[in-house]
Design a protein. Structure first.
Length: 206
């Protein structure tokens, strides 16, 4: 079965994520800005960049290398149109479950709401392999809501194709998996969403 992310139109993904039932795009952008402000990295890699939500938060005088990775080449074309003026922007069409990503490392590797779709295992190893020495992994995981565990129902029917492979990641188990790879948690927080769900934010280094 083909990866559903290869068939979901970007406008439907962004419409779903910004809909009243979800309201996640703006908070994801804000959380990315916060981690950029904390670490002021010269280089950053974003895994699952989609249409580039949050890239507007990058300060070009601070971050001079931006590595944007996504499985959908059409999404990356949109990123190029929207953010091609960012200095050092590099676009890579990659499957996080592939054996090797073969992309440059970065001081900050940011992974938001991706592991719920890919699982851990190879995707986590690939994410960790991109972290430069003394760098940071920034992860955002979705926390369960009271009434709905998976993909929220909106008017964007293509998004429902994600339900079959979507699985929440327990933050405690995630920390164990990362620690087994030689990384330690240095910061965490939880943020509530208007729809009753929430995000867990964790930052790791070696």
């Amino acid at each position: 079965m083909p990866n559903p992310w290869l068939t979901i139109p970007l406008e439907e993904y962004e419409g779903h994520m910004s809909s009243p039932a979800v309201q996640q795009l703006s908070l994801l952008s804000e959380l990315f800005r916060c981690v950029l402000d904390r670490y002021r990295p010269e280089s950053v890699a974003i895994l699952g960049v989609a249409g580039g939500n949050g890239l507007e938060q990058i300060a070009p005088d601070v971050t001079t290398s931006v590595i944007a990775i996504d499985i959908n080449a059409t999404y990356l074309e949109v990123v190029q149109r929207r953010f091609g003026c960012l200095p050092g922007l590099q676009l890579y069409c990659r499957d996080l479950d592939a054996c090797e990503l073969c992309v440059p490392s970065a001081q900050l590797v940011h992974v938001a709401l991706i592991f719920e779709h890919t699982g851990l295992g190879r995707p986590l190893k690939n994410a960790l392999s991109l972290i430069a020495p003394s760098g940071v992994l920034s992860v955002i995981l979705q926390l369960p809501g009271e009434n709905e565990q998976a993909v929220a129902s909106t008017g964007y029917l293509s998004m429902q194709s994600l339900k079959e492979k979507f699985s929440l990641i327990d933050p405690a188990q995630f920390q164990v998996s990362v620690q087994q790879e030689g990384f330690r948690l240095i910061r965490e927080e939880s943020r509530l969403l208007p729809g009753g769900k929430g995000f867990w934010v964790g930052e790791f280094t070696q």
